[in-house]
Write a protein that binds this ligand. Structure first.
Ligand code: F6R
Length: 605
C-alpha cells in the first residue's frame, strides 16, 4: 500500500524525504509527493508516476525546509494523477494517508454542505478538511486531530502537518502500521521501520488506535481513548545493506537467487541437525490438536495449499486452507482443538490480519508463519513461527514463498513426529531431505539458459495454462500468478486431472501449457494429460527431473530440475516457475519489480 514518512529534523528535509520514499516505493509507485515548512509556510511538490518524476520536480523547484512529510501512492480512491497525489491540503492542514476512509462520501457531503470545496477525488482530502474545520472551531492542534479521528471509519495511517505549527508532525494508526523513529534531537514517523531506517534504528510501534504528536524533542503518544501512553522504542536491525540489488538487474532476480540462503536461515529455526529432529521454535505439541485452519492471501495462500498436502500426507492432520478475504466474512465451523495458522510475508496484509482476529474472536489459538517479526500479525499471534527470508523488495514474492514452504515443511515433520506418524529413523530421514533443499534450490536456479529461451516464446503468448498434480497443482497456481503479475499475460493454474473437465477447450497452437511433472507416483497420469494437450496442438513445456525427461522429450520442451523427494519437490521446482515468469517479463520489457496496479503490502481490504 502507500508509504508514509514524516520528519521533524535539523537538516534539509527534502533529500531525506526522498531517500525514505525510495525505500517505500515498493509499497506504491503511481505518484508521490512531499510537503514541508518553508519560511513558516507549507509548500508542496507532487508528481504522477515514479519517484524520479518527483525528484525532477524538486530539482526545478527546490524546497528549503527541515520539517515535512512525504508519500508514495498506490491508488484506491481516484486514478493516479498529480491532482490525486498526496499530500492533500485544506486550509492550514496537510495530510498524507495510507488506507481507506470508508465513510468519506458521507463526510465529504457534510463538509461540502458547509461550503468546503475539494480539489481531488481522494478519500484523504476529507481528513484534511475535518481537521481544518476543528481548528477553525478553536481547538488546539492535537485536540482538533483527535476530534477528526473520531469521525473516521475505515483503515488508515496518517501523517499531518499544520501551518503555524512548524515543529509538529501528527500521526495516527487505525489498521495499517505506523512507527515512530527516535533520532538525536530529531524525530521521524514512518509506515514501517524501513521508512525511518536511513535515519535511526530506534523505533516504537504504535498500537492500533494510537495517535501521536512529534516534535524535535520526542513523541507524545495517546491511545484511542485519548489517554497518554508509553510506547518505548526498540532497537531494530539495520536493513539498509540488504536492500541493494548488487549485480542483479532486478530485485526479483536477486531474490530468486537469494533463496538457498533464505531457506537455510529459515530451516535453522526449525531443524536440529545434530539430533536430526524438527520442532516448532516454541516447541508446540501438534498432538494437542485435531485440525489446522490456514488463512492467507495470494502467494502465501499457495504456500498454505502446499502445506495442506504435506500435513495430511505425512502427519495425518486434517488441514483446511482458505483465502483470508473469504474466511473473515463467513462463519467457519471451528472446533476447540483446531489451530489457526496465518501465513504472511509482510505480517500486515489487511485481509489476513482480519481473518486472524476473526479466528481469535471465535476462540481459536493462532500461530503465524511470518517474515517480519515486528509486524502486527507477529505481535498479535499466540505463536510466532518465523521465516528468515530477509526483506523482500520485488513486488512478486519469491524467496518469502520458499521460506514459508520450508518452515511449513519443517512443521509437518515436527507434527508427524509428535503425532507418532513416523518413528525416530523416519523423522531423521525427512530432516535429512529437508536439509538438502537449499543445495537443490541453488542447483535448480542454474537452469537459466533453457528457461530464458522458453520464456522468449512465452512472451508472445496471450494465455498460458499451468498444470500439476498433488502439491504441484498448488505450485502450478503460484506459477500462473507469478506470470500474470509481472508479464501481464493471462495464465491459470489447474490440477492436471481437471483439464479434461473444461479448460482443455482453451488449448490450441497459441496456448502454451506448462506442466510441473516430477518423476513421482503421479508422473504417468500427468504424462497422459500432456499427451491430450499435444493431440490438440498445444505447445507443451514440462518442468521435470532427469528420470522424467526421457518420457517427455517427444511431447514437450524440457526444463530439468534436480530430482527431489515429494516432501521437498515443491521447493525444488519453485525456481523454475519463478525464473520463467521473470524472463518472460524481461523479454516483454515490463517493470519487473514494480508491476502495474500492484503493491507489496496490501493493507486495505
Ligand atoms: C504475489 C504476492 C501477493 C502476496 C499477498 C500476501 O507475488 O506477493 O500475492 O503473497 O498479497 O501478502 P503477505 O504475504 O505479505 O500477506
Amino acid at each position: 500500500m502507500c508509504g508514509i514518512i514524516g520528519i521533524v529534523g535539523q537538516t534539509p528535509v527534502a533529500p531525506r524525504l526522498i531517500e525514505s520514499l525510495k525505500r517505500l516505493e515498493y509499497r506504491g509507485y503511481d505518484s508521490a509527493g512531499i510537503a514541508a515548512f518553508e519560511n513558516g509556510r507549507v509548500v508542496r511538490r507532487r508528481a504522477e508516476g515514479k519517484l524520479r518524476n518527483l525528484e525532477a520536480v524538486l530539482q526545478s523547484e527546490p524546497v528549503q525546509a527541515t520539517v515535512g512529510v512525504g508519500h508514495t501512492r498506490w491508488a484506491t480512491h481516484g486514478r493516479p494523477s498529480e491532482r490525486n497525489a498526496h499530500p492533500h491540503q485544506a486550509g492550514r492542514v496537510t495530510v498524507v494517508h495510507n488506507g481507506i476512509i470508508e465513510n468519506f462520501a458521507e463526510l465529504k457531503a457534510e463538509l461540502a454542505g458547509q461550503g468546503r470545496s475539494f480539489e481531488s477525488e481522494t478519500d484523504t482530502e476529507v481528513v484534511a478538511h475535518l481537521i481544518d474545520s476543528e481548528l477553525k472551531a478553536g481547538k488546539p492542534p492535537v485536540e482538533a486531530f483527535k476530534a477528526a479521528l473520531d469521525r473516521l471509519r475505515g483503515a488508515y495511517a496518517l501523517a499531518v502537518i499544520i501551518e503555524g505549527e512548524t515543529q509538529l508532525v501528527l500521526g495516527a494508526r487505525h489498521g495499517p502500521p505506523l512507527v515512530v523513529g527516535w533520532g538525536q534531537g530529531e524525530m521521524f514517523l514512518g509506515s514501517d521501520a524501513l521508512a525511518v531506517g536511513p535515519f535511526t534504528n530506534r523505533v516504537s510501534y504504535l498500537h492500533d488506535g494510537d495517535y501521536v504528536a512529534l516534535d524535535a524533542q520526542g513523541a507524545r503518544v495517546f491511545d484511542g481513548t485519548g489517554a497518554e501512553v508509553s510506547r518505548p522504542p526498540k532497537q531494530v536491525s539495520s536493513s539498509a545493506a540488504v536492500m541493494e540489488k548488487g549485480n542483479y538487474r532486478h530485485f526479483m532476480e536477486k531474490e530468486i537467487h537469494d533463496q538457498p540462503e533464505a531457506v537455510q536461515h529459515t530451516l535453522a529455526a526449525y531443524l536440529d541437525p545434530v539430533r536430526m529432529r524438527a520442532e516448532a521454535p516454541d516447541g508446540f505439541d501438534f498432538s494437542t490438536i485435531d485440525r489446522i485452519q490456514i488463512v492467507a492471501c495470494g502467494t502465501a495462500y499457495y504456500a498454505g495449499v502446499i502445506a495442506k498436502y504435506l500435513f495430511e500426507r505425512y502427519a495425518g492432520l486434517p488441514t483446511d486452507v482458505e483465502v483470508a478475504s473469504e474466511f473473515r466474512y463467513r462463519s467457519p465451523a471451528l472446533s476447540p482443538r483446531t489451530l489457526a495458522i496465518a501465513i504472511s510475508q509482510s505480517g500486515e496484509t489487511a485481509d489476513t490480519l482480519a481473518a486472524l482476529r476473526h479466528a481469535r474472536a471465535e476462540g481459536q489459538k493462532i500461530a503465524v508463519v511470518v517474515n517480519v517479526p515486528t509486524s502486527s500479525m507477529a505481535r498479535e499471534a499466540d505463536r510466532l513461527w518465523p521465516t528468515h527470508a530477509g526483506p523482500e523488495i520485488g513486488v512478486a514474492s519469491t524467496k518469502a514463498f520458499t521460506a514459508q514452504v520450508s518452515a511449513l515443511t519443517a512443521l509437518v515433520i515436527a507434527a508427524a513426529g509428535k503425532r507418532k506418524k513416523v518413528d525416530g529413523n523416519e523423522q531423521a530421514r525427512m530432516v535429512r531431505l529437508l536439509l538438502e533443499a537449499p543445495r537443490l534450490i541453488a542447483e535448480a536456479s542454474e537452469a537459466e539458459d533453457e528457461v530464458r529461451a522458453i520464456a522468449y516464446d512465452l512472451s508472445k503468448a496471450r494465455d498460458v495454462l499451468y498444470l500439476g498434480r498433488g502439491a504441484m497443482s498448488a505450485l502450478a497456481m503460484e506459477g500462473a500468478l507469478k506470470l500474470k503479475e509481472i508479464s501481464y499475460i493471462h495464465a491459470e493454474g489447474y490440477a492436471a486431472g481437471e483439464l479434461k473437465h473444461g479448460p482443455i477447450a482453451l488449448i490450441d497452437e497459441q496456448t502454451p501449457v506448462i506442466a510441473l511433472a516430477p518423476y513421482d507416483e503421479l508422473f504417468e497420469k500427468t504424462q497422459s494429460n500432456l499427451q491430450e494437450v499435444g493431440a490438440r496442438g498445444g505447445p507443451v513445456i514440462a518442468v521435470t527431473d532427469r528420470r522424467g525427461a526421457p518420457h517427455l522429450s517427444s511431447t514437450a520442451r524440457l526444463i530439468i530440475a534436480p530430482e527431489a523427494d515429494p516432501l521437498i519437490a515443491p521447493l525444488v521446482f519453485a525456481p523454475a516457475i519463478q525464473l520463467l515468469a521473470y524472463y518472460t517479463a524481461v523479454h516483454k520489457g515490463t517493470d519487473v519489480d514494480q508491476p502495474r496496479n500492484l503493491a507489496k503490502s496490501v493493507t486495505v481490504e
